[in-house]
Design a protein around this ligand. Structure first.
Ligand code: URA
Length: 292
């Protein structure tokens, strides 16, 4: 979330708010490499690189990494003008301001990552970084080998051809067919549009896997903290630079969470900090149209 620079500087322990104004007016502050010397200027401490005299300021936010089993009927935006339920409503025990990594449609369910680590989120959601996402799709009626072949090869959408996908017929009944579709792109409503393009009508869509990460141990509406190893593995699979440390030992057993923000032993599995940052103070975080 964007905040006034003087507030960010004072929260980061650089100076008092009054003194921070002097520092800003003196042209000593840069946001993402651009000097900012107006007092009204805002930045997002979780996304922007803020420097004073060329040195990056520390943030006191613990970095948190979550996987939520998103139910259908929830928005992945942080507000909704129509007042529909938000995925963040399911995270009542999380004090840090986390936000979804990419988007899932209102009616799509399944794996949704959330974090307050902007670099990690950007690395995963970046179109260049091709993390596989597997979707389980129920469509109306039967699916022909030609339709499967077209989905596999790539189909023409309004915004261009889709990359080749892995498509598997999982099960069929008289009325429905279940497909597994694995893609690495993250275009808006991509799976639904791919299916429509080959004449299939999607009845239900669930993201079953994001990279190696599935929904094991979670039921709909519940979440858990990622272990440091999981967060790091995801970062590596996205090709991002190493930022996720391996500090807090994960509890031996991880259980699903609901609104408590704690694991079965009452501790967080992982609320780490990035290498080079000052020690995290839990609870003090201040905190596109791609889907990923
Ligand atoms: N593809 C879609 O069509 N919708 C989603 O929510 C995710 C991928």
């Amino acid at each position: 979330m964007k905040e006034r620079l003087q507030k960010i500087l004072s929260h980061a322990g650089v100076s008092s708010r009054r003194a921070a104004e002097e520092i800003i007016l003196a042209g000593r502050v840069a946001v993402n490499g651009v000097v900012v010397s107006e007092l009204g200027a805002k930045a997002d401490p979780d996304h922007d690189t803020i420097t004073v005299d060329g040195k990056r300021i520390g943030t006191d936010s613990a970095r948190v990494y979550l996987v939520l089993y998103k139910p259908a009927g929830y928005m992945t935006t942080l507000k909704d003008p129509q007042g529909r339920p938000l995925v963040t409503d399911l995270l009542k025990g999380i004090r840090e301001r986390v936000y979804p990594v990419g988007r899932l449609d209102y009616n799509t369910e399944g794996v949704l990552l959330l974090t307050n680590d902007g670099e990690w989120a950007n690395a995963l959601a970046h179109p260049r970084h091709e993390v596989d996402k597997e979707y389980h799709v129920r469509v109306q009626g039967r699916v022909s080998p030609v339709q499967i072949q077209r989905l596999t090869a790539g189909v023409e959408l309004e915004d261009g051809m889709t990359a080749p996908a892995q498509v598997r017929l999982v099960r069929e009944s008289d009325n429905n067919t279940w497909l597994s579709i694995t893609i690495h792109e993250g275009r808006y409503r991509q799976v639904r549009r791919m299916c429509e393009a080959v004449g299939l009508s999607v009845v239900r869509l669930k993201r079953a896997r994001y990279g190696f990460l599935g929904l094991e141990g979670l039921s709909t509406g519940k979440y858990r903290f990622l272990t440091p190893e999981e967060a790091e593995r995801l970062r590596q699979s996205s090709g991002g630079e190493k930022t996720v440390p391996v500090p807090a030992p994960a509890p031996e057993k991880r259980r699903e969470q609901k609104a408590s923000g704690k694991n079965h032993d009452g501790k967080r599995a992982f609320a780490g900090k990035r290498a080079g940052e000052s020690a995290p103070v839990p609870g003090k975080n201040r905190g596109g149209r791609r889907q990923s």
